[in-house]
Design a protein around this ligand. Structure first.
Ligand SMILES: [Zn+2]
Length: 204
């Protein structure tokens, strides 16, 4: 039991500057997400070590083109997957929490590209737009958006990520099932339920 606990703590790497030159906009920590309620009690960005290594490679590939990433979500505690599923039980866009989301294994990331001025590239839909327009290969979005999606796809797949047909923003490791499902208590500081002293520390 103790061994498992320690392993989980060590498995999740915090994704934040300056170690990772990315912008974070963790949408489920705000009400600016499809549920219109904050799901997380704080903004936090974590990935399993294997995924963090691939993200580093993606960051380097993007940087050589003058681009950076904006991350919308990464590790999602299993408790959060249940909250999302209760709101929208649509298996085209959300993993059924009984099977587990790759996000809850720490091996999926939702992201877009920023240009050198920090402006998000045109992708044709917003993040989490639950519509066929969000599918890879949609020719109903502008040519510019198709181009930018292919650029994101090229960078991410070159760095070793698998993609998800229905969401242009979602990337995950191959063989996600070999990574265990993790919950809020596997984080060094919880994201779902903060103790008062943790809340105070974050607000400082
Ligand atoms: Zn995702």
């Amino acid at each position: 039991m103790v061994d498992l606990f320690l392993k989980n703590h060590m498995a999740l790497t915090e994704i934040s500057p300056p170690d990772f030159d990315v912008e974070l906009q963790i949408v489920y920590s705000t009400s600016d997400n499809f549920t219109e309620e904050p799901i997380y009690a704080r903004s936090g960005c974590y990935l399993h070590q294997d995924a963090a290594e691939r993200l580093s490679k993606s960051v380097r590939l993007a940087a050589s083109l003058g681009l950076r990433f904006k991350i919308f979500d990464a590790f999602r505690p299993s408790e959060a997957q249940w909250a999302l599923w209760r709101h929208t039980p649509d298996s085209d866009f959300l993993a059924d929490p009984r099977h587990g989301s790759p996000h809850s294994r720490g091996v999926a990331v939702d992201l877009t590209l920023l240009d050198s001025s920090g402006t998000a590239l045109e992708m044709g839909t917003a993040f989490d737009a639950f519509t066929p327009l969000s599918h890879h290969g949609s020719m109903e979005v502008s040519a510019k958006a198709q181009h930018n999606r292919h650029l994101l796809l090229g960078i991410m797949t070159t760095a070793g990520w698998d993609f998800y047909q229905n969401e242009w923003w979602h990337y995950q490791l191959f063989e996600t099932q070999k990574y265990e499902l993790l919950s809020d208590s596997d984080l060094p500081v919880p994201m779902m339920h903060l103790h008062e002293h943790e809340r105070q520390k974050i607000q400082k």
